[in-house]
Each structure stands twice: as structure tokens, then as C-alpha cells.
Design a protein around this ligand. Sequence first.
Ligand SMILES: [Zn+2]
Length: 304
Amino acid sequence: MIKKPNFTTDIVIGLEIHVELNTNTKLFCSCSTENTEEPNTHTCPVCLGHPGSKPVLNKKAVDFAVRLCLALGCTISRNLIFSRKNYFYPDMSKNYQITQYEVPIGTEGKLRISDEKEVGLVRAHLEEDPASLVHPAGMHSSPFVLVDYNRSGRPLLEIVTKPEMYSPAEARDFMRKLITVLNYIGIFDQDHCIIKADANISIKETGYVRSEVKNITGFKEIERALKYEVERQKKDFEEGKKFVLDTRAWDAENGVTRRIRTKETEEDYGYILDPDLVITEITDDFVESIKKEMPELAQDKVIK
Ligand SMILES: [Zn+2]
């Protein structure tokens, strides 16, 4: 059942941003996160998903996630709980991704993007990155795909905003401010880490039927992708096309979005709690010790 949206603006945008945390090792094993030319060299049974291998949580990744939650004014969960998101993709050899679902590490919070505008956050959660799929002759013409597991298991923090951005430019400003904060609190390295966004976008004309545009890298691309998508939706609407929730990929090379599938819902992933990862308590002492180490923060100082 889709809730009827309650918007009045011409465009509504919400973002899910994946930030790669700048730890030395992966989220659940001790493999290096360093970038290397040589594929499949930073791997072990855990990040290759071998049977019997057990994940061990990287404390530094939790420390970094807490830092960002503090910087964005999120409520920090007292318990760290991980779940398995089940699906089949060649970039996840276990056929599930370890992520947080029921209880994310951070909830609520906000980011100020200009003097007049603040964007609310729904949640921030930790998860592992999938492997990279390499299409040697380009995304659409390559006859085969290679998999590089060096990236598999790197720590990501996913930040989900409320649908409170009303233009592609505001989405760009959000990304830009977020990168500033990430750099300021020392959990992100622009030269080494990846930041990617999936954007939900809809327009008034269609009754705000959303499409999700996946895999947008960087703040310049986000504005470009969303501008294209607004025009695409308007044109399809004028041509009388039917609108359904769909998932699209941003093709930066050609400057277009392409439908990849109709949208699945979260229930389709059959989440279960991960029995290999015990529930870890985030104590007040741990949070306080991180607070003390952080630069004098607060958004107010960073964001002006
Ligand atoms: Zn590993």
C-alpha cells in the first residue's frame, strides 16, 4: 500500500548516500582497504563469503559512524545489531549483505545546507560494501563481467534523508555539505573513499510517483542526473505514459537514466538477524570518549 504523499512543491527529492569510511581494514575482517591495481589481492575467507568464515566487527568503523551521528545530531542506538539482507547478485558471494535494518546506529538528525535550509535525516546505518563489477568493454557492450573482491566488505555508512529537497541544486548542496562535514571530522578521504548516492525523485504532475536513480557519484553528477530525471518524467507525463515506482541507473557517460527494474520493497529482501554477530552495546563511555576526540563541531561551526 503506497501512502498518498502530502507535498505541494514541484519536485521532491530524498537521498540515500553511501559513504565509504576511511578505516585501514574492512568492516568484518582484517583485509586492507587500500586501493590497488591488482584485483582480488585484499581478500580472505570472510570477505569472499566462504562457508564457515565468521565476521568480526571493526571497532574503528563503529567509532567513525558514531562521530558522524554526533556531527549530524542523530540519536545513537545503545545496541549495535546487524542483519542479513538476502539477494542474489554476483557482487555478493554470500548471497546476503550484512547491514543494519531493524535498529540503525543513528536515527533522526539533520544537516544545514544553507542559511535558510535544513534537511532532516531518517537514519544512518553501517553496512558492508559489495565487490566491484568490472565491464571491460563498457557497461552495455561487454560480453562478460569481471568481479573484483578487493572492495567487498569495506565499511559503508548509509545516510537516508527525509524527502525534503525540492530541486536538483538542493540535492547537490546537501552532498557538498555532507562531504565537508565528513572531511572535517576525519572519517573520509576524498582521494581514497567513494561517496555514492541513490536519489528518490518525483514531480507534482504525476502525483509524486517516485523513481529511484541509483549509483550517482559526487555532487556535480547528482545535480546533472536529477535535472535529467525531472525532464524525463515531465516528458513521459506529457506523452501520457503510465507512472509506476521504478528503479533506474544513472549512466554518466551518456547523461541519461535507464530503467533497471520495477522497484522491490524492503520486505522482498527477507531480512534476518545475523546469528554470527552478537549484539554489541554502545556505552555512554564509548560515545563520550569519541566526543572528546572530535574537533569542536557542531554543524553550526562547520556549516557556516
Ligand atoms: Zn577479508
